[in-house]
Design a protein around this ligand. Structure first.
Ligand code: FES
Ligand code: FES
Length: 166
């Protein structure tokens, strides 16, 4: 590490998937790169790196965030949820099961971002329409599936979650 790079580094603390973590970053490092390379949480993917594809979506303090557009230092002190969580919460768990059962993924590159985005939807709207799901996932690109199975999976997860409440 050269002198300039060493001076540029700063340690931040976050709570990721329920666990407190501290690690060094630079003033220029994106949140998704910090998660992947600083903390070893490689579930969030890096696609376009400029906010278009949604592969890097994570949840920061209850809001879905593009991990490639947020700087790691901006997340200092934040609560972050990623697809890597061992106990991801009922929405993520139901979505993971439904995506598997409905064959809503092929290569899987887009899937972490899709699931984080859809989990936020299901938290605020337990029974979204297909149109509402399409609208929310319109910022998540999938090159493989054609999207129909993804919409089916989100609806299936919604129904499963509602069934658990009865
Ligand atoms: S990698 Fe962040 S939106 Fe594509
Ligand atoms: S499953 Fe391959 S990009 Fe979506």
């Amino acid at each position: 590490m050269d002198k300039v790079e060493a001076e540029d580094r700063i340690t931040i603390s976050v709570r990721v998937n329920g666990e407190p973590k501290s690690a060094s970053t630079t003033t220029r490092q994106s949140l998704v790169d910090f998660l992947r390379h600083g903390l070893g949480l490689t579930g969030s993917h890096v696609g376009c790196e400029h906010g278009v594809c949604g592969a890097c979506n994570v949840i920061v303090d209850d809001s879905v965030v593009r991990g490639c557009l947020m700087l790691a230092i901006q997340a200092d002190g934040a609560r972050i949820t990623t697809i890597d969580a061992a106990n991801p919460g009922p929405e993520v768990a139901a979505l993971q099961k439904a995506f598997f059962e409905r064959a809503a993924l092929q290569c899987g590159f887009c899937t972490p971002g899709m699931i984080m985005q859809a989990s936020e939807l299901l938290q605020r709207n337990e029974s979204p329409t297909r149109e509402e799901i399409r609208e929310v996932l319109s910022g998540n690109y999938c090159r493989c599936t054609g999207y129909h199975a993804i919409i089916d999976a989100v609806q299936a997860a919604s129904k499963a979650l509602i069934a658990t409440k009865r």
